[in-house]
Design a protein. Structure first.
Length: 94
């Protein structure tokens, strides 16, 4: 299945930091995901339920990634602070 131009634009805008693009991205991806599932499931009535499960998993995955990124950023900042403190101690000894 080919991505729609609207979905491509929404992804691009979101990557470029456009806060309002997230709404368009959600709406357009919702249509895209449902269509893909519906085709794969050959019109099965459970396509809407499957779409919802996929959306929930995607949000959970994104939240996990964000949490890991925040934890890494905190560790990186701790290292920077530690290095700065060490530098200051050495500098003040002179």
């Amino acid at each position: 299945m080919v991505l729609t131009e609207k979905l491509r634009q929404a992804v691009s805008a979101y990557k470029n930091g456009d806060a309002q693009a997230s709404t368009l991205l959600y709406q357009e991806s919702d249509k895209y995901i449902y269509t893909c599932i519906y085709k794969v499931m050959q019109g099965n009535d459970n396509a809407a339920d499957m779409k919802q499960e996929i959306k929930v998993k995607a949000v959970q995955y994104r939240n996990d990634l964000l949490q890991k990124a925040q934890e890494k950023a905190k560790k990186d900042m701790d290292i920077v602070v530690q290095e700065c403190n060490e530098y200051n101690r050495e500098y003040n000894k002179k």
